[in-house]
Write a protein that binds this ligand. Structure first.
Ligand code: NAP
Length: 324
């Protein structure tokens, strides 16, 4: 198993991450309700029960309320802080007045965002800070200065990115004095471009692959943990959403068949399929439902049990057409 240069603990210890985007209620300025607090409490505690001890946030999730309800839970359970990994993201700004939604990796915006994150989470440090989406106006020197200050002050222990290509990561890495440890990307049985891009080299179909070329390999070569967002594809293969296309229907049927044969859940098959890939993918599950969180627990075991033939069957079924 590849190792990450993390200060305190290896983030791959927690093979699943609980995504906290669904906590905190609506994406508006309405107040947090008692039910929002309860939902977060149930979700976090179920995750811990099943061995998930890494939590993914972003300053924008439910406009800061996801971090706030997590922080309220943490206040009551502060003894656990050192045993969990908290990751958050910054760099996306909401639209305001006449200014559209935009990205901001300026030094001051990163620094001010981290102060807001720590305040809402009620902790004095983040284990990992990710830059949420590439900012075309990124000045790597400014990001480096912000990261240096955050590291020196102890506010952030590790840094990573999300939705970046290899070139963007290399540029940033050339300026910052600390290794990037994570790239978080959309990957699932449904969102297959990350596999297709590799099999379509030298093929006309490759022109339609939109996954950044060489990104998986760059992360693997440099021990950068790849995290998958939307890994359950919003439950399309596990009863959350109705499959629409023929490929989705056949894949949902295959996932159900594999789950039944192996005596496990559909969620464990879908996540196990991602984790069976040698890139050591870490799924960031977005369900907040305690039963569904429990259904994900067997994914690690299913990944180790999944045969090459099963992996390819699910891949090709979801592609909807045979390999070149
Ligand atoms: N870096 C980025 O740009 C980015 C973008 C999006 C998300 N993320 C992160 O990734 C995490 C996961 O993303 P996601 O929520 O889009 O992914 P997901 O895990 O694929 O989907 C979970 C969502 O689907 C719903 N769902 C309904 N029925 C379901 C079922 N039977 N099985 C599974 N889910 C079902 C869940 O609702 P219930 O809660 O009711 O189960 C939840 O809203 C987020 O929490 C966030 O931390 C990152």
């Amino acid at each position: 198993m590849r190792k990450m240069p993390l200060d305190k603990r290896d983030i791959t210890d927690s093979r699943l991450v609980l995504g906290c985007m669904g906590f905190g209620g609506a994406w508006d300025n309405s107040p947090i309700t008692a039910e929002d607090e309860k939902k977060a409490e149930r979700g976090i505690e179920t995750a811990l029960e099943v061995g998930i001890r890494m939590f993914d946030h972003a300053d924008i999730y439910t406009r800061g309320k996801a971090e706030k309800v997590f922080g309220n839970w943490l206040k009551k359970n502060h003894d656990i802080r050192e045993q969990i990994v908290i990751q958050s993201k910054c760099g996306i700004r909401f639209a305001e007045d006449n200014i559209p939604g935009r990205y901001d990796f300026s030094r001051d915006y990163i620094l001010q965002s981290v102060d807001g994150i720590l305040d809402r989470l009620g902790t004095d440090y983040l284990d990992i800070l990710l830059l949420h989406r590439p900012d075309p106006l990124m000045e790597p020197e400014e990001v480096a200065e912000a990261f240096e200050r955050l590291k020196e002050s102890g506010k952030v222990r590790n840094f990573g990115v999300s939705n970046m290509n290899a070139g963007q990561m290399k540029l940033l890495q050339a300026y910052i004095g600390t290794p990037l440890v994570v790239n978080q990307l959309e990957m699932s049985v449904k969102k297959l471009d990350w596999v297709d891009q590799g099999v379509h080299v030298n093929q006309p179909a490759g022109r339609e692959s939109h996954f950044a070329e060489g990104l998986l390999e760059h992360c693997m070569l440099h021990d950068i943990q790849i995290q998958a967002w939307s890994p359950l594809a919003k439950g399309i293969y596990s009863g959350g959403m109705e499959p629409v296309t023929e490929a989705e229907k056949s894949s949902a049927a295959l996932v159900a068949k594999l789950a039944e044969e192996k005596g496990t859940t559909r969620e464990a098959i879908v996540l196990g399929w991602l984790m069976r890939h040698p890139a050591n993918i870490q799924p960031v599950i977005g369900t907040t439902d305690p039963e569904r969180i429990k259904h994900c627990q067997d994914a690690v075991r299913q990944a180790s049990l999944m045969t090459r033939d099963e992996w390819y069957s699910l891949y090709v079924t979801s592609r909807g057409h045979r390999l070149p």
